[in-house]
Design a protein around this ligand. Sequence first.
Ligand code: FES
Length: 106
Amino acid sequence: MRLVKYEVCPVQSLTENRGTTKPLGEQGKCTLFLYQGKVYALGHLCPHQNAPLDGAPVENGQVVCNRHGYCYKLGTGSCSTLGGYALPRYPVEIENGMVIVTVREF
Ligand code: FES
């Protein structure tokens, strides 16, 4: 296992309180959220029924899935609507205005 950092996009391209899905590495994707000045990187599909989270709103620090309204905490990815669901969460750094996301690769 190794940690790989990907430069994903400029912070300025993100919309406050709204998910933006971007490619992550060669095969993956993540959805970025800008909330209260901080950037979060989470999985791009809702684990309930795989709805895309691109464009999903953030309310009170939680991502709200557009399909059935399940909520996921930005800080942990865990679902506060129903136990057992969680989004993957990736470490984020900002360097020179760019969002850098770290992924574990095997
Ligand atoms: S697919 Fe997201 S809440 Fe059902």
